[in-house]
Design a protein around this ligand. Structure first.
Ligand code: SAH
Length: 470
């Protein structure tokens, strides 16, 4: 990705002072998604040009890729980000030239404070809405706009234009203002999701738009498109917090809010979809008593109790603190004796045989196995499938293939995860456990399904084979 800025203000090399980057140097700046390089292809007293080249790291980028993108299923393998100027460039631009963007001109303050002749070129810019939108966004700010559609394939003119334009802006504009225009408007043109740095997007927009956005005739379009991505950020943040499936979720009220506002199944946070999917399995199989192994802070237990479908519910966890939370959530203290008889919480480790795990129609291990060291997983299998032996065991765990769809996710979904499995790894493990302990197993996905990568959560339903017990 390439962006150049030229000036014919004289002496033109003052551009180096204004940008706080020396014209004789090539400088590299590491970004979370790649490397930004700044250099000056020309630096004479009559004309000076600075170039910002963003070299995107495809692996880091794949992880920061949003799932709303039209070409999504292939997007992690084939995408335009390394080549097309975009919101990533806007982020890099703001970081690399942060001092200049704030209007500080150092020894050239007087120059920083006034408009100078500038020419901005972006050879390949994703532009949703085509050239007209580029005109609508930049012209009211004093720019002369040249936006040339780039053909989809020069060899086949009949295929028409791509969604990219070659953009050239010329005008007399303050340097800081130019940087702020680009910082806000490049992502607005692109409208492709990506990883933003923080949750304070509205504040940032107000800061970057100070002095020009309030009077812009397209300010609503700009704010809508710009903050559209903040909504995406919020959803991603919530989805990831929901992934944690533990106490952290409680600190994020909107998880509950969204459930109320967005009743459709596929819009629920992932953890809520998991609760619903597992309860459905339990009900379908006619389980009356259920134990939630690794119940954490008791969110799922709470649903089990509230569903009214189960006569006896138990929860167990290795974390005493989580159990305290669970007890508070379930209001165990306030329960009358009859209610309290139906529910039991206890401290226990899944790696050690424990009689208290036995005697239930069904056991649930929701987002638990991936917290167990691979070397200890066999012990858990012996304890649950070998010793406790409920008629039904439901296991959920992340589908690691889906991780590339979480913007900004690097590594696993939770710092405590010891592993995350692909669908075939989970299939292999679950078949092995079923065969070893006399169960049949079926697998399905939970959450919004991606055609290529599957669902975010994978679930295995183990049914004890007839005749093996009882
Ligand atoms: N099932 C809950 C919590 C998942 S987080 C939910 O889906 O929301 C994983 C939980 O497993 C944590 O509460 C952790 O304390 C518990 N855990 C991890 N290893 C365990 C072990 N060996 N025995 C019992 N619980 C364990």
């Amino acid at each position: 990705m390439l962006l150049t800025v030229s000036t014919t203000h004289q002496p033109a090399t003052d551009l180096g002072y204004l940008l706080h980057k020396h014209p004789d140097r090539v400088q590299h700046f590491e970004q979370s998604f790649g490397t930004a390089t700044v250099f000056y292809p020309e630096a004479s007293s009559t004309r000076c040009t600075v170039a910002l080249v963003l070299d995107v790291d495809p692996v880091r980028l794949a992880r920061s890729r949003g799932k709303g993108s039209p070409d999504f299923s292939l997007a992690q393998y084939v995408n335009d980000r390394p080549y097309a100027a975009s919101s990533l460039l806007a982020v890099a631009l703001a970081k690399v030239f942060s001092t200049a963007r704030s209007g500080r001109g150092g020894s050239r303050q007087e120059l920083a404070d006034r408009p100078i002749p500038l020419e901005v070129t972006i050879p390949v810019l994703p532009c949703r809405g085509g050239p007209p939108i580029a005109h609508r966004l930049f012209e009211p700010l004093g720019w002369t706009v040249e936006a040339l559609p780039i053909p989809l394939d020069e060899g086949f003119p009949e295929w028409g234009s791509s969604r990219y334009v070659r953009l050239r802006l010329t005008g007399e504009v303050r340097l800081a203002e130019m940087l702020n225009h680009l910082h806000v408007l490049l992502p607005v043109l692109d409208e492709s999701k990506h990883y933003w740095q923080g949750p304070d997007e509205v504040d940032k927009l107000m800061r970057s738009g100070a002095g020009w956005l309030p009077n812009h005739p397209e300010k609503e379009l700009i704010a809508r498109r710009y903050l559209g991505r903040a909504g995406a950020l919020k959803r991603v943040a919530l989805a990831r917090l929901a992934e944690l499936g533990d106490d952290d979720v409680e600190m994020v009220d909107p998880v509950e809010d969204e459930e109320v506002r967005l009743p459709e199944q596929n819009r629920l946070p992932l953890n809520a979809q998991r609760y619903a999917a597992v309860i459905q399995v339990l009900i379908e199989t006619g389980a009356h008593s259920v134990i939630d192994l690794g119940c954490g802070s008791g969110q799922f237990l709470d649903r089990l109790v509230k569903s009214g479908a189960f006569t006896r519910v138990a929860g167990s966890d290795v974390s005493a603190r989580s159990l305290q939370y669970a007890a508070g959530r379930l209001r165990l203290e306030q329960m009358n004796e009859r209610q309290a008889d139906r529910i039991h919480l206890f401290h226990g480790a899944l790696t050690y045989e424990d009689d208290r795990f036995a005697g239930f129609d069904a056991a649930v291990l929701m987002e638990v196995i991936e917290h167990v060291d691979p070397s200890r997983l066999e012990a858990v299998e012996r304890v649950v499938w070998g010793a406790a032996r409920p008629g039904l065991v439901v296991v959920t765990t992340p589908n690691s293939e889906y991780n590339v769809l979480y913007e900004g996710l690097v590594g696993m979904r939770h710092p405590d995860h010891r592993f995350e499995w692909t669908r075939s790894e989970f299939a292999e493990w679950s078949e092995h456990v079923a065969t070893a302990y006399g169960y049949t197993v079926q697998r399905r996905g939970v959450g919004e399904v991606d055609q290529t990568l599957g669902a975010p959560t994978q679930m295995a339903v183990f049914t004890r084979q007839e005749g093996r017990d009882e």
